[in-house]
Write a protein that binds this ligand. Structure first.
Ligand code: BES
Ligand code: MN
Ligand code: ZN
Length: 502
């Protein structure tokens, strides 16, 4: 898709579809809406007067234009965005998403979007482009019949009077972020058979080669040398070998001796059957997305390589299947993690924390000082927070606050859960140092308490995205399926850390 910036005027936009944001109860008497009303031959006023459309958030009005009008576009869509005062990035993203998804369904191949946010042109443009990319992703990759023709060839973001350079830069940035988001979602959407740990490593290598990142992939022999008995215990039952993907972005001419190193660590379980503690069959097919954390790390690194921030970033993705077999780890087995800690495996379905334990330890070995890990870690997080908020927990309140604010900025919601030391009692083992489950109570917290054992000496935060990584329902601005949660938040944190490092 070709993406362009334009400063209007809207009557000269040579596109098939035009979408315009409209505020709640906005008056047609003056300003932009008056102009649009005149250009459209009075349709805007007519729809508002008929109470067909009031600009409420998510509301739309669609017109096919013939006859008396002065627009080149034949398709006009008004998208309600609610109160002007509450119009922030989340709304801009959804507005653009609703616009392109709905105009695409009307077969428009070239689309102009007028987001109409006041303020920062860079931010508005990049957010609108991101929203459009999010909206244009569909999970039906392997459908061969009755597949709708769905190509959008050109997207134009229109901001009359905006600073030209900021607008252009915003569009470029939005494209990088949007493509990387959909890269991550594509990986998450792949069936387990097409996205094994080896496939993930290959995709990471392609990204590293294409955009210029350092990459190292540890095979099982090297994991053994490193003493990663916890990670390896999960891959035992599988014929597919585990891979530990390491990607690193280093700014040009950067001397990284003795400095801070931010690291992202993501769970990459390419299929989670539960292992010997086998899951029930219902919905098990969804466990192909148990590698979303790892895919998010690779996608974030893909964007970072192109955005070229002034700080280095490390990406770590431990990838494995979790399957039962005669070689699989059994409940009651004791494994030794890279740090030397011994773990009693009570339940082989609590595998995510086992692989993250060694991945976090390895990130630290590689010099990481600040670690954000993300994982589809517990079903319990859906019980606690549903599909609205992802959970954030950790040992560094500053980092947690930063994640929550960054999420707010990009329209992703994180809610902090407590991590008092009392919870760690639940993971004490009778036979080993710790055990991998803490009972029925506070499942998301005890999973984090387990990870905390391996984040010693790090500024560390953990994101549990099990409830938010996969959408069960479609929205006007997004298909059902993988959501790409957390990626934009991570990029915002890199941006903020870059500013702080200056
Ligand atoms: N991958 C699952 C968590 C999950 C559940 C992700 C639903 C997405 C949707 C994880 O490995 C798991 O099985 N967790 C167990 C932990 C339990 C055995 C302590 C769970 O949540 O049931
Ligand atoms: Mn599991
Ligand atoms: Zn899992």
């Amino acid at each position: 898709m070709q993406v362009e910036a334009s400063r209007g005027p809207i009557e000269e936009l040579d596109v098939q579809g035009l979408a315009v944001a409209v505020f709640k109860n906005e008056k047609v008497d003056d300003g932009f809406l008056k102009k649009l009303d005149e250009l459209s031959g009075g349709l805007v006023r007519s729809a508002i007067d008929a109470e067909e459309f009031s600009g409420k958030e998510g509301e739309t009005a669609y017109f096919h234009l013939v006859g008396n009008n002065s627009l080149k576009a034949r398709r006009l869509l008004l998208v309600g965005v609610g109160e002007a005062n509450d119009y922030n990035n989340a709304q801009v993203s959804q507005m653009a998403g609703t616009a392109v998804r709905s105009l695409r369904s009307k077969k428009a191949k070239t689309i102009a979007v007028v987001p109409r946010a006041s303020g920062d042109a860079f931010k508005t443009a990049s957010t609108a482009v991101e929203g459009a990319y999010i909206a244009l992703f569909d999970p039906d990759k392997y459908r061969t019949v009755d597949k709708e023709q769905k190509t959008v060839e050109k997207l134009v973001i229109v901001m009359e009077g905006a600073d030209e350079a900021a607008l252009k830069k915003g569009v470029e940035t939005g494209q990088i972020v949007g493509e990387s988001l959909n890269f991550t979602r594509d990986l998450a959407n792949e069936p387990g058979a097409y996205m094994t740990p080896t496939d993930m490593a290959e995709r990471a290598r392609e990204v590293a080669n294409q955009f210029g990142l350092n990459i190292d992939v540890l095979d099982e022999a090297r994991m053994e040398q490193e003493g990663m008995g916890s990670l390896l215990s999960v891959s035992h039952g599988s014929d597919q070998p585990a891979k530990l993907i390491i990607m690193k972005y280093v700014p040009a001419d950067y001397d990284d001796s003795g400095k801070e190193l931010l690291a992202f660590v993501g769970k990459g379980v390419t299929f989670d059957s539960g292992g010997i503690s086998l899951k029930p069959g219902e919905n098990m097919e969804l466990m192909k997305y148990d590698m979303t954390g790892g895919a998010t790390v690779i996608g974030a690194m893909r964007a970072i390589a192109q955005l070229k921030p002034p700080i280095p970033v490390l990406g770590v993705a431990p990838c494995t299947e979790n399957l039962p077999s005669g070689k699989a780890t059994k409940p009651g087995d004791v494994v030794r993690a890279m740090t030397g800690k011994t773990i009693e495996v009570i339940n082989t379905d609590a595998e995510g924390r086992l692989i993250l334990a060694d991945a976090i330890a390895y990130a630290k070995k590689l010099g990481a000082t600040k670690v954000i890990d993300m994982a589809t870690l517990t079903g319990a997080v859906s019980i606690a927070l549903g599909d609205v908020n992802a959970a954030v927990l950790g040992t560094d309140q500053k980092l947690i606050d930063q994640i929550i604010s960054a999420g707010h900025e990009v329209g992703e919601k994180f809610w902090q859960l407590p991590l008092d030391k009392e919870y760690s009692k639940q993971i004490k083992s009778d036979i080993a140092d710790i055990k991998n489950v803490g009972g029925r109570k506070a499942g998301t917290i005890t999973a984090a308490a387990f990870l905390k054992e391996f984040a010693d000496g790090l500024a560390w935060a953990h994101l549990d995205i099990a409830g938010t990584a996969w959408a069960d329902d479609a929205k006007p601005y997004r298909a059902k399926g993988p959501t790409g949660i957390a990626l934009r938040t991570l990029l915002k944190i890199v941006e903020w850390e870059s500013q702080a490092a200056k």
